[in-house]
Design a protein. Structure first.
Length: 238
């Protein structure tokens, strides 16, 4: 199982939201590039990078931070937050971003997402699904939909889509453990997909349970910043 530390950028700083609430923000670092370097120095290979300003505004905002992380680290970055245009996709891939998370566009404009995968390569994209009670939320968790996670995934069954980032919103930032039941259902239903679990991961035991479920990756944020999970323990166990 791949360990994927997360950096969420808001106002140029490294932050965490609680359950996606932009009014419930905790700042963990004034320089996201330094945080990324810390992850790299701990021998981690991946980074989940989210532009919260972009997610709220509807276009990528924090270009300079993205460029610096790409310049100063060798982390394989999956990026999300406000990607709406072909030009943004092209610019991100040109910067060396490993994969682009697509959430709101996949729900609102599925034909555009399919076109992106065909034009730029499906391997360069992750379907990003933020879920509460199996229902998908979009626009930085600010807008509900009538789609279930399963209906969303099945829309892209014939596109070559391989990667899913699934965040359980009710668990995210709550430090109470992930929604194991959700990930068990997803793994059973879609064994051919690479599913990354996100939300509520609080301990090495949580990570081991997700590894047992056979998810592809685990995205961890607040538990790292709050020192519930230590970088040394990740090195020792994964």
């Amino acid at each position: 199982m791949v360990i994927i530390p997360a950096i969420d950028i808001l106002g140029g700083k490294c932050v965490r939201l609680t359950q996606g609430n932009y009014l419930d923000v905790k700042i963990y670092g004034s320089n996201p590039v330094d945080v990324a370097l810390e992850f790299q120095n701990a021998n981690l290979d991946y980074l989940h990078l989210v532009d919260l300003d972009g997610a709220k505004k509807g276009n990528v905002v924090n270009w300079e931070i993205i460029r610096k992380i790409q310049e100063y680290t060798a982390l394989k970055v999956d990026f999300g937050g406000g990607v709406k245009s072909d030009a943004e996709v092209e610019a991100l891939l040109d910067l060396g971003i490993n994969q682009i998370n697509v959430g709101s566009i996949a729900v609102k404009e599925p034909a555009k997402f399919k076109r992106w995968m065909k034009s730029f390569g499906s391997e360069n994209f992750i379907l990003s699904a933020d879920v509460r009670d199996d229902n998908v939320l979009i626009h930085g968790w600010l807008e509900g939909t009538s789609l279930t996670i399963y209906e969303l995934i099945e829309q892209f069954a014939e596109t070559g889509l391989e990667y899913i980032n699934c965040t359980d919103i009710s668990s995210d930032g709550m430090m109470m453990g992930p929604n194991f039941g959700l990930y068990k259902k997803l793994q059973k239903r879609y064994p051919h997909l690479k599913i990354n679990a996100s939300g509520g991961i609080t301990s090495i035991d949580d990570l081991k349970q997700l590894e047992y479920i056979k998810v592809h990756g685990a995205i961890i944020g607040k538990s790292l910043y709050e020192k519930k999970i230590h970088l040394n323990d990740l090195r020792a166990n994964f």
